[in-house]
Design a protein around this ligand. Structure first.
Ligand code: SF4
Ligand code: SF4
Length: 382
């Protein structure tokens, strides 16, 4: 298992994490088996946004005696009413269901306290200018939550949160289909082959690109949800790109976005845990997702890097995607250049070593002028 630092939290989290969603309604013994199989495979981060009391209790029991080996993402304002999940702004309910979370998990802290689902400006304002943020910050001061994050599907609100300076990480929905959506488009109920019909020319949305780069440059770690777009990307009939991706290709897409430390996958059986963990033993070719962009109708990433590393091997052993990521980050406003330069110079091989052989360029499906970008990186990080 590979581990990545989750931004300024400093937590070294497994790049594959466990999303608890599909364990709701499952017997305690199965929950225990799934948690055990995941932890045996090196998973050390778990998300539980669910307010269902049974799944909280089952996860808490499964972690008994090994809770300190799992980074838990626990959500504030996720509630259970009339036998159903819901969200609240009511402070009494926020407090009650957070205490319920701690009790059922048999713990007195969560590693990552997430303010749950901020998807529109009204919710953002009520939360960030009101008692929920105040409460979350107090919990952090007391050590009851060790770091603070938000969850969101909306890149505009997520970017506002990132720039607020108060969060350490975020749980965000990332997959190639969402990434080409306009930042203001509502999250689609389902994806299908009609997806591109109303889009003139698509490319990765610039606000989403800015969000990921801003997060990486400013130490805000990202954990990922909706990696498989509820399975729509795995079937050519429903994939908007007209081609099916595999689970590892979807995982790799998310993990190669700037700022991303861990992809949280819903696993509901020991076999599914094994499938998800098989990502760790695949070679780069089996994880390569770049072909979907060239198959998509009306899609253009001409000249823009999607960080796929399809262009490797490099004659000078440069991680071309990583250098391109740093270069894109350097071009943003507000980027702390000193830190970025440090990261760039920590690479085993960097653009300074490019011999301009052009061997990589014919392998890039998006026509990126790699040599010119290596020269630019060399200048910027000098
Ligand atoms: S330069 Fe092209 S092939 Fe290389 S990482 Fe970027 S998009 Fe992929
Ligand atoms: S042109 Fe530069 S980056 Fe591309 S393969 Fe040659 S040395 Fe590597």
């Amino acid at each position: 298992m590979k581990y990545n630092v989750l931004g300024r939290t400093g937590f070294k989290v497994s790049e594959i994490g466990l999303g608890g969603e599909y364990l709701e309604g499952k017997p305690a013994s199965l929950v225990n088996d799934v948690v055990s199989a995941a932890m045996d495979g090196g998973v050390n981060i778990l998300d539980c946004f669910m307010s269902n009391p049974d799944v909280r209790s089952n996860l808490g029991t499964a972690l008994k005696g090994r809770r300190d080996r799992m980074y838990i993402q626990g959500h504030l304002r996720s509630v259970w009413k009339d036998g159903q999940y819901g969200r609240t702004m009511d402070m009494d309910e926020v407090r009650f269901f957070f205490k319920d979370f701690l009790d059922r998990f048999q713990t007195d802290y969560v590693d990552i306290g997430i303010i749950h689902l901020i998807d529109n400006p009204q919710d953002y304002d009520r939360i960030f200018d009101g008692p929920i943020l105040e409460y979350a910050l107090k919990l952090k001061e007391l050590g009851v939550i060790r770091s603070l994050g938000i969850s969101s599907h909306n890149p505009v609100q997520a970017l506002r949160a990132a720039k607020s300076g108060v969060i350490d990480m975020m749980l965000f929905s990332i997959n190639p289909a969402y990434d080409v959506m306009d930042e203001n488009a509502p999250r689609p109920k389902k994806l299908d082959s009609e997806f591109f019909n109303d889009i003139e020319v698509a490319g990765v949305n610039s606000v989403r690109e800015e969000l990921y780069s801003y997060c990486e440059a400013n130490g805000i770690g990202i954990t990922v949800m909706k990696t498989l777009a509820a399975g729509a990307l795995l079937d050519a009939r429903t994939s908007p790109f007209g081609a099916a991706l595999t689970v590892p290709q979807c995982i790799h897409y998310a993990l190669t976005r700037p700022g991303v430390a861990s992809v949280l996958l819903g696993m509901q059986s020991v076999e599914q845990v094994a499938d998800c963990l098989s990502y760790e033993s695949l070679d780069d070719g089996e994880k390569d997702y770049s072909f979907i962009f060239s198959k998509a109708p009306k899609f253009s990433m001409n000249g823009r890097c999607v960080y796929c590393n399809h262009c490797l091997p490099c004659s000078a052993h440069i991680d071309i995607a990583q250098v391109n990521k740093y270069l894109d980050m350097a071009c943003l406003d507000d980027t702390p250049m000193a830190t970025l330069k440090e990261h760039y110079h920590a690479l085993e091989h960097n653009a300074d070593e490019c011999i301009a052989c052009h061997a990589c360029e014919s392998r890039c499906p998006f026509g990126v002028d790699i040599v010119q970008r290596m020269m630019k990186a060399r200048e910027m990080f000098r």
